[in-house]
Unconditional design. Structure first.
Length: 68
C-alpha cells in the first residue's frame, strides 16, 4: 500500500480553520446583537452624533447675480 499525500492533511487543516472562523464570526454577531439590545454603544462615534465632524465646511450658498 502506498502512503497518503500531504494534501489530505492540508485540506483538513483548511477546513478546521474555516470552521473556527465561522464560529468566531457567529460569536461576534451574538455579541453585537446583545450590545444593541442592552443599549450599549460599541464605538464612541455614535455618542457624538450631535457634534460637527472635522473637515472642510460645506460651501455657503451665495446668490449669483443675474446678467441680462
Amino acid at each position: 500500500m502506498g502512503m497518503r499525500s500531504g494534501t489530505t492533511f492540508k485540506k483538513r487543516q483548511k477546513e478546521l480553520a474555516r470552521m473556527e472562523k465561522q464560529r468566531d464570526k457567529a460569536a461576534r454577531r451574538i455579541q453585537r446583537k446583545a450590545e444593541k439590545l442592552s443599549g450599549e454603544s460599541p464605538s464612541a462615534l455614535s455618542d457624538d452624533l450631535g457634534e460637527p465632524l472635522d473637515g472642510p465646511a460645506p460651501p455657503e450658498t451665495v446668490p449669483m447675480p443675474v446678467v441680462e
